[in-house]
Design a protein around this ligand. Structure first.
Ligand code: HEC
Ligand code: HEC
Length: 217
């Protein structure tokens, strides 16, 4: 009995050591066991099975998803400030436009007075149905993957969504979908919406763990 207790305690102690060690490793080299991926692509969710620890796998899946969320095609509509951003460096929106009280511009200058429900190729105005800014609580510009992850899971900051609704939004929302069909002259988000949706679903299935503050994809 005593021997068994003692054994149990040392196994726990060993497990704790092993665990913190793995975490430190993965923060430094999160993608060591994963196949390489081109900047414009996303890894398939199955590729992450190479990471045997489930929580660790979940964190790596989120880092992959963050390559999309922090891409300018997404983050330009998820800014902290009162102006939408544009381009690859997140420049201020030109022509000047403001957020307004409901994230849809101001009277006389609403987003949809210029942005139609599809891209206007000649005028270079991007478009998708109900074009408007994400509320400030969902701002991601300049945030770490860790911070974006915590925001995404927090119903007070994610529009009151459950994790299942977050998966659905990412896999099916039309403003999200625009990220892969941004019109000529704009680099699409990496991969495809379908694969991105599958990555987010796999992140949720593995426990929706958040990467450490230092971790980068
Ligand atoms: C007066 C017309 C006009 C208004 C009003 C307007 N936009 Fe734009 N918007 C444009 C044009 C034109 C572009 C393309 C700029 C370019 O690529 O050179 C653009 C580009 C953008 C982009 C950049 C996409 C990218 O990733 O490069 C975003 C995001 C955006 N607008 C959001 C909004 C939002 C949100 C509103 C309302 C708060 C809004 N716009 C109001 C005309 C407008
Ligand atoms: C034209 C602007 C626009 C673009 C482009 C855009 N979003 Fe959003 N996003 C929004 C708005 C508006 C909301 C709020 C919708 C709501 O709550 O009803 C939102 C909400 C979200 C949410 C919901 C939860 C949360 O906590 O933020 C996710 C996830 C999201 N967007 C992901 C993306 C991804 C991924 C991309 C790029 C592939 C993207 N968005 C591109 C405007 C945009």
């Amino acid at each position: 009995m005593h021997a068994a207790l003692f054994l149990g305690a040392s196994v726990l102690a060993l497990a704790a050591v092993g665990c913190s060690h793995r975490q430190a490793d993965s923060a430094e080299h999160p993608s060591d066991v994963l196949p390489p991926v081109a900047a414009g692509e996303l890894r398939a969710p199955e590729a992450f099975n190479a990471i045997t620890d489930k929580a660790e796998r979940s964190r790596a899946l989120f880092l992959e998803a963050s390559r999309v969320m922090l891409h300018p095609r997404c983050s330009n509509c998820h800014p902290e400030g009162d102006t939408p951003l544009q381009g690859t460096q997140g420049q201020a929106h030109d022509p000047p436009a403001v957020r307004g009280p409901e994230d849809k511009g101001v009277v006389g200058m609403t987003c949809t007075s210029c942005h139609q429900d599809k891209n206007l190729e000649l005028a270079r105005v991007p478009g998708a149905p109900n074009w408007h800014l994400a509320p400030k609580s969902m701002a991601w510009v300049g945030h770490t993957p860790h911070a974006v992850c915590e925001q995404l899971k927090d119903p007070s900051r994610n529009g009151g969504r459950t994790l299942a609704q977050i998966v659905d939004h990412n896999a099916h929302d039309e403003l999200v979908g625009w990220g892969w069909h941004p019109g000529p002259g704009r680099e699409p988000a990496p991969g495809s919406q379908e694969r991105f949706g599958a990555i987010v679903a796999a992140w949720v299935e593995t426990g929706a763990e958040c990467p450490s503050e230092e971790a980068r994809p």
